[in-house]
Design a protein around this ligand. Structure first.
Ligand code: PMP
Ligand code: GLU
Length: 402
């Protein structure tokens, strides 16, 4: 007999988001007065640009506080359709766009709309923490495929091909990648597209970091490779990272009308529309001046190079150069299994990260949460002084392990 407090068994395999957990732990320690430097949150430290905030203020004054269409305000969907048509070189109509409460919500709606029990979704590791659990929550089965640092963490097409089964529904592509910062090259994207066409796969292209690429790296759109690819690609995008708007909670999906319609039905029976005032702010972000995007991108680029060189200077650490997003993903496996000065053994990267925050006063996210044990993730979306002090703390801490 189930007790009144019994929870649904679909939750059994689901873990809390480790990125949010690490961020919350660092915030808790700080609130207790402990001086912790957090590289946890994948969240720009910049304030939302003034013209976006001003649009929201003006909106409030004219009574923008009502329900909107479930799919989002039409002018906003038009602006999103225009922007995505430009980026992906394919005609996208406002009816093919759904605005949700963050790209995370877009992805969640999508998996609920797509998956029958046991349907498989191919997810290249290292992956953003939430993909496998969202697939599981939707009743699907995440099929994790490996990448290697030698391939700059881009999944190889032959590896994808060998993971395809009759139950495969889709593959998740995240370029630039969270957590590795990898940016897929045109050749790599073309090879993936070939497999998607041959094996009749849907591609879920999580483009949340597409505006944050550095050096000679370029975002390459898989949907832009031709009409056949455009028809089988679902674009996930949003304003959180590009416009420093994480807390406004606006993300969007563009894709095949049948899928958008199904997601709309789910959203209409769960959250309804995304916040009206945040939609107004997003319209200002997409249609207003774009210099703020470049200013923030340049600042991230400087921080990226600084963090990378400081990390590489730590004996025992190796780190590929991240080409996009705002994360470094160094290999810390040299410190797993080591003994702390307090006498405990750090059996895995989770224990290592726990010790680093408790004793070293620096918060980083364990790689095992991203399917890459032995690595840790650091966000460089924070100020230069924090980067210097935080990485110095890391260096001093690991030097004390034996
Ligand atoms: N995809 C990736 C890869 C991310 O890192 C994030 C970060 N939160 C999201 C999607 C979701 O972003 P949001 O819900 O803030 O739009
Ligand atoms: N996506 C960001 C991160 O990976 C924010 C936290 C989250 O939603 O997971 O840190």
């Amino acid at each position: 007999m189930p007790t009144p407090l019994k929870l649904a068994s679909r939750l059994d395999p689901i873990l809390p988001s480790i990125t949010l957990a690490v961020t919350a732990k660092a915030a808790r320690l700080k609130a207790e007065g402990i001086d912790v430097i957090s590289f946890g949150a994948g969240e720009p430290d910049f304030d939302t640009p003034d013209h976006i905030k001003e649009a929201a203020r003006k909106g409030l004054d004219r009574g923008v506080a009502k329900y909107t269409d479930v799919a989002g305000l039409l002018p906003l969907r038009k602006a999103i359709a225009t922007e995505l048509s430009r980026v992906h070189h394919t005609a996208i109509a406002p009816e093919e766009v759904l605005v949700s409460c963050g790209a995370k919500h877009s992805l969640y709606n999508l998996f609920i709309a797509l998956l029958d029990p046991g349907d498989e979704v191919i997810i290249p590791a290292p992956y953003w923490v939430s993909y496998p659990d969202m697939v599981r929550l939707a009743g699907g089965h995440p099929v994790i495929v490996e990448t290697s640092a030698a391939d700059d963490f881009a999944v190889r097409a032959d590896v994808v091909a060998s993971a395809v089964t009759p139950r495969t529904r889709a593959i998740v592509l995240n370029t630039p990648s969270n957590p590795t910062g990898a940016v897929y090259s045109r050749t790599q994207i073309e090879a993936l597209a070939k497999i998607a066409l041959e094996r009749d796969l849907l591609v879920i292209s999580d483009d949340i970091y597409r505006s944050l690429v550095y050096g000679d790296a370029q975002y390459v759109s898989i949907a832009a490779l031709g009409p056949e690819m455009a028809k089988r690609t679902v674009l996930i995008d949003g304003v959180s990272k590009t416009y420093a708007m994480t807390g406004w909670r606006i993300g969007y999906t563009a894709g095949p009308p049948a899928i958008i319609k199904a997601m709309n039905k789910i959203q209409g029976q769960s959250t309804s529309n995304a916040s009206h005032i945040a939609q107004v702010a997003t319209l200002a972000a997409l249609t207003g001046p774009q210099e703020c995007v470049e200013t923030m991108r340049r600042a991230f680029d400087e921080r990226r190079l600084e963090m990378l060189s400081l990390l590489r200077a730590i004996p025992g650490v190796t780190c590929r150069e991240p080409k996009g997003a705002f994360y470094c993903f160094p290999d810390f496996s040299a410190f797993v299994g080591k003994r702390t000065p307090e006498g405990s053994i750090l059996d895995d990267d989770v224990q290592l990260c726990d010790w680093l925050v408790e004793v070293g006063k620096v918060a980083v996210v364990p790689g095992s949460g991203f399917g890459a044990p032995g690595h840790v993730r650091l966000s460089y979306a924070c100020g230069m002084p924090q980067i210097r002090e935080g990485v110095a703390r890391l260096a001093q801490s690991v030097a004390r392990l034996s």
